[in-house]
Design a protein around this ligand. Sequence first.
Ligand code: DX5
Ligand code: ZN
Length: 221
Amino acid sequence: MATIKLAPSILTADFGRLADEARAAEAGGADLLHLDVMDGQFVPVITFGPLVVEAIRKATELPLDIHLMIVEPERQIAAFAELASTINVHIEVSPHINRTLDGIRKLGARCGVCINPGTPVSAIEESLAEVDQVMVMTINPGWGGQQMIPRQLDKVRRIRELIDEGGYGAEIMIDGGVKVANAALCAQAGAHTLVCGSSVYNREASVAESLARLRAAVERV
Ligand code: DX5
Ligand code: ZN
């Protein structure tokens, strides 16, 4: 199995020391950094916007994976495009998803589509040929530290089959509730990249220690 990429999410990091927290992920061997942009409408919480992403951009060389949990994401794409490696938009708020994905590509970033636990796979089926990444939400988005909804891994398997059957280049990212105990299951289900929020930024261990444990868990697969 190909090497699984680990994408720490800063949502549970210390926001007073974000630059240090980003650098800790880079030093600890993260493959990319996952940034959760929330607007208080699509999800109840408000987090941060392009100004904070720009500050993080200056602090680390890691590719930035931007997860837009906002309504009308197409209106904000340009503000993130130069800062991001990948911009991910939710299917639930993207009535013209393929146009939006194309717009992200034209601005020079990879494009991703995110799918909530309550949304069927069929909602993104016609976009699988158009995307660089499918982000399967294994929690209902809004907060870090939630438990993974295990049946969402079936959805990962189905999407992986569709991608492989179609010969598409899209990669699968899993977001929500990834822990040392379930990371191998996520990899076996067909994920290429795992978002790890509270399993990396927590009070129990350093960022480097947490990343090393997750790395060991996926390398056993
Ligand atoms: C939640 C975010 C996630 C969050 C994951 O809506 O999209 O990226 O940071 O946190 P954990 O890994 O703690 O579930
Ligand atoms: Zn996220």
